[in-house]
Design a protein around this ligand. Sequence first.
Ligand SMILES: Nc1ncnc2c1ncn2[C@@H]1O[C@H](COP(=O)(O)OP(=O)(O)O)[C@@H](O)[C@H]1O
Ligand SMILES: N[C@@H](CCOP(=O)(O)O)C(=O)O
Length: 321
Amino acid sequence: MAVFTSVTLDDLSSWIKQFPLGKALSIKGIASGIENSNFFITTETGEYVLTIFENLTFEQLPFYLKLMRHLADRGVLVPAPVANIAGELVTALHGKPASIVSKLDGASQMHPEPVHCAAVGAMLALMHLAGKDFPLYQENLRSLNWWHETTPKVLPFLSDELRHLLCAEVHYQDAFDSTPIYRALPRGPVHADLFRNNVMFDGEKLTGFFDFYFAGCDAWIFDVAVTVNDWCIDTATGELDVARVRALLNAYNLVRPFTTEESVAWKPMLRAAALRFWLSRLYDYYQPRDAEMLTPHDPAHFERILRLRESLPVPPLTSDL
Ligand SMILES: Nc1ncnc2c1ncn2[C@@H]1O[C@H](COP(=O)(O)OP(=O)(O)O)[C@@H](O)[C@H]1O
Ligand SMILES: N[C@@H](CCOP(=O)(O)O)C(=O)O
């Protein structure tokens, strides 16, 4: 849909000299991004993705890129950022921060079966474990504080019923946040946006997670909830598909067994994950940023999911089957 900053092969040829990647051979803009300018590039050493960051700053980027480097070095399937000869992962291109990462094979699986969900669950658990010794800290910037900042900005646009739903859920999450159960949840770096469009598959083989630009430190089970709320639902209704839920959770649990506290927190976290994306979609819908959000995502999808997670039982985190 958008390349906001254009880069020619000539631009790339001189800029890429600082990387140990040989000569640039081709560059092609990726149309589907909505946040940054992305390009597939080919050099003498292989295929990569060049990203020019349109909103994130030089100061913000090291957390994300170093996290990806850290995970890639530990065998988690994520794009590996390439350092330049000075060891930097982010350098300026056309005055904006830019980076090169390895290109993942395959394509997004937008109609996942249990086998895909199992692969996602296992890799997510590996990712959480591999992030345990990541030395940088950044909180999840779309967590409770952001919900508090953002709720008043969207309330004026909502019906009385929706205002009530939103305020009641923020209130519920506030209360849960201050419980000993919540504080006991294992935590560390999380992807926080692991939707179907942010994972590559080659057939049934998962080839990588990407788009780490909402990552931050949070409860691991929140990350699992975000992932289940997208991968394991009927997209038309938002209802959980038990076969896919079981496949994802069982595969995760085999790699990193869930704790007792996580089992108690599971339903509240599914609600929190629904709230997080309902609120961001409401915000993008009613307060669009310039041209970037050309087609805002539908907020009603996550409003539906929130109502379902509040009102219906959810499959347990672990099963003895
Ligand atoms: N490392 C990668 N390997 C392969 N394809 C990638 C990679 N990074 C991005 N892409 C492709 O670029 C598209 C846009 O990337 P994305 O990170 O979603 O952009 P934005 O953050 O601008 O929305 C993805 O849908 C994917 O097809
Ligand atoms: N997954 C979020 C929006 C973030 O978009 P992405 O393309 O950067 O993953 C949503 O669906 O609301």
